[in-house]
Design a protein around this ligand. Structure first.
Ligand code: 1CP
Length: 351
């Protein structure tokens, strides 16, 4: 097999590397002044996602600044409902606003056939980004998991208690299953189109996995993810899949055992000793510095980064946060974090 020149992809395929791969969830975004400038030019957020030149520019910004080992396609998990024909908007300061789905007729009105054509600009962006990225920087594609995307579709936006979507899933499981099935097919089609456009690994963001009780988590998170992984594998066996079932707690174990992902994203609550011991022999581990430490900076950040680096040393580890970069994070803290990790790598290989 040809040697993999990118440390992120090498780590995902189980090979040892001299340095720890680094990228951060939400590494592009509002904490960067150059992002805010492009965002202003684009007008609305979806317009930014659907303009390949601008999506390319904001994807590359954190790579130029910090030299991460991987770039993540600039897009959003909510382009899928938008592509299916549900109206999606982003209001500054309020987050996403969707026309909430509440019944079977609204689900039946969504159009799988519209999805990939509507999202063509996203795939054009992926192709352009891959062409412009340094060859030793990997490109990650992504989608939200069916459950997490469904929470936005049914709640009509972000939620605190997930009462509407949970009530729907518990009281009308057969109808809710139709939505999840549509989202499974949509996720596969969307990720396959990204892979065809050049992304080299994919991440499934299940930001709200942790709000479900055990049986529902198995049914609406683990089972759909297993089916998505199986379908992607059957067509693209060499593209690694990272699953991020945020706040899945005790279910991390079953998620890893039953979904077939190649790597798992750990949220901030997961102890490294436990993850290395219980999951490290099976999959690569990604995470899990608290984003608030990155925002705080100073010695607290450096100490915590060292602890994370040491904690995952005996695993296939991809350094990342336990959730996305916070909006008010000073960019200089990110530069200091990357320098610090590179110096730990240098010392580690000299030891
Ligand atoms: O005005 C702006 O500029 C909007 C801010 C913003 C950004 C920068 C949103 C709105 N989305 C994004 C980009 C984005 N979203 C990326 C690519 C950038 C990168 O990682 O560098 C990715 C991977 C996402 C994924 C995403 N979107 C998730 C999963 C990860 C997570 O943070 O949990 C979720 C839940 C969303 C929904 C979303 N998009 C945007 C907002 C404000 C929200 C709602 C978040 C919430 O409900 O708390």
């Amino acid at each position: 097999m040809a040697e993999i020149s990118n440390v992120f992809l090498a780590t995902l395929s189980g090979e040892p590397t001299e340095t720890t791969p680094i990228w951060l969830m939400r590494q592009a975004g509002r904490y960067l002044p150059e992002y805010r400038a492009v965002r202003k030019r684009a007008g609305d957020f979806l317009g930014l996602c659907y303009t390949p030149d601008l999506a390319t520019e904001v994807t590359l910004q954190p790579i130029r600044r910090f030299g991460f080992d991987a770039a993540i396609l600039f897009s959003d998990i909510l382009v899928v409902p938008d592509g299916l024909g549900q109206r999606v908007g982003f209001r500054t300061g309020e987050g996403p606003v969707l026309e909430a789905l509440r019944n079977e007729a609204a689900i039946d009105a969504l159009s799988f056939g519209r999805l990939v054509g509507h999202l063509a600009p996203v795939y054009r962006a992926a192709r352009q980004i891959r062409a412009e990225l340094p060859t030793d920087t990997a490109l990650i594609g992504f989608a939200g998991s069916p459950w997490t995307v469904a929470t936005y579709m049914v709640e009509g936006g972000s939620s605190k208690d997930f009462a509407k979507v949970k009530t729907f899933a518990f009281s009308e499981p057969v109808v809710f299953a139709k939505l999840i099935d549509l989202l499974e097919r949509s996720t596969v089609a969307h990720l396959e189109a990204q892979i065809a456009a050049g992304v080299q690994a994919v991440q499934l963001f299940d930001s709200w996995a942790g709000v479900l009780p055990p049986n529902a988590l198995r049914h609406w998170v683990i089972d759909p993810t297993a089916r998505i992984v199986e379908r992607l594998r059957s067509r693209y066996s060499d593209v690694p899949i990272i699953g991020f079932p945020r706040q899945a707690g005790l279910h991390y174990q079953a998620y890893v055992d039953q979904t077939g992902v190649d790597a798992v994203g750990l949220d901030t609550t997961v102890p490294s000793e436990w993850a290395v011991e219980e999951l490290g022999g099976k999959v690569a581990l990604q995470g899990n510095l608290d984003p608030a430490l990155l925002m705080a900076g100073g010695q607290a950040l450096l100490d915590a980064a060292t602890e994370t680096w040491l904690g995952f040393r005996d695993s296939q580890h991809i350094f990342n946060l336990g959730h996305g970069v916070l909006q008010h994070t000073p960019p200089d803290n990110v530069a200091k974090l990357v320098d610090h990790l590179r110096s730990l790598d240098a010392k580690g290989s000299a030891a």
